[in-house]
Design a protein. Sequence first.
Length: 397
Amino acid sequence: KMKKYILQVIIIILFFGCDNEKKLDLESVKKSNDLELIKQKKTETSNKINQLQKELKSLNNLIFELDENQKFTLVSTKKLNLESFKHYIEIQGSVDSDKNLILYTEIPGIIKSIKVKEGEKVKKGTTLVELSSTGIKALLDQLNLKLKLAKTIYERQLNLWNEKIGSEIQFLQAKTNFFSIEKEIIQAKDQLLKTKIIAPYDGVIDHLIADTGSNVVPGITPILRIINLDKVKVSAEIPETHLPHIKKGSELEIFFPIISKKFKAKVSLVGNVINPNNRNFRIEAIIENNNYDLKPNMTAKISVNDYYNPKTILVNQKDVFENSNNKYIVYRVKPYSDNSKKYIVVETPVILGRKAKNRVEIIDGLNPNDVIIEDGNRMVKNNQIVKIEYQMKNSNK
């Protein structure tokens, strides 16, 4: 109402002021045919119009400031701060263990006894399986008897040779025979040791494959599986384009869907070879498997940290728009005047960085303490006057 009343007063002033001028001066000036007088009158009239326009604008601004009944778009805003930002790439991997072995015999033979049961924990060096050793022991006894005789002959020939008695050939034959039997005994003892399968590390007997009495062949007949899952290895392949950004020590988040558990780890190995078939390279991470939840070949979803910026500006992806010039923009607001509760919308071009978890890094275009529109930004345009309903805290939404 106030606005309409002031506008009516201004229109009446303009109308009667101009009309009186016409009646009093305009006709006489026109009839004078005096060019200088006419120009002077024109200048006076223009000045009056300019002055009235200034007064009109001033009154309109005052109405705009004072009229609380005006309707403006309500928006919610957020003040921007510098934040740390980590970007991750998502890949799939699997669980493995360096201590997951199927054991075989080194010599052929028949299984005499199995000393352990499935699920049993064993220490490194424990005898797990014994093969029949009767033949090797008999051979060793025979070789020991031969060694005694060969030693006696060798020592006699040595004494004779030292006294310059006997032929050199006899001495060399005795020496060769003695040392040859010694080597045969060493080999026989080694074969005897190989009749026992020994635990190569602390672990658990996961599977007994062969049975007592089985005839086994080296490298062909599997005997048992022993496994240690105190620590497991998670491995994955990553496209070579990420190689410059992933190093030994890079952070990982590893999620195992089947057991709904997440672990934090670091890259322990970055492969030095690019697979020519898929252009991928290998990474590995070691995880403490305290509860033995992780099993070999279990599927893992791996998030690898490939970028970190300790201080940057982040906004929600929904607050970034693409304009008709194919440029990205964000809507900022700034106060309409010092004492006003109204704000002007500023369409602000931005340059985007990396994206993660529905948030995007702003490389250029926004600064700390800038205020952007969070809710209501789809209903505004550049230079529009708005009111702020509330300001959100700068937190990850």
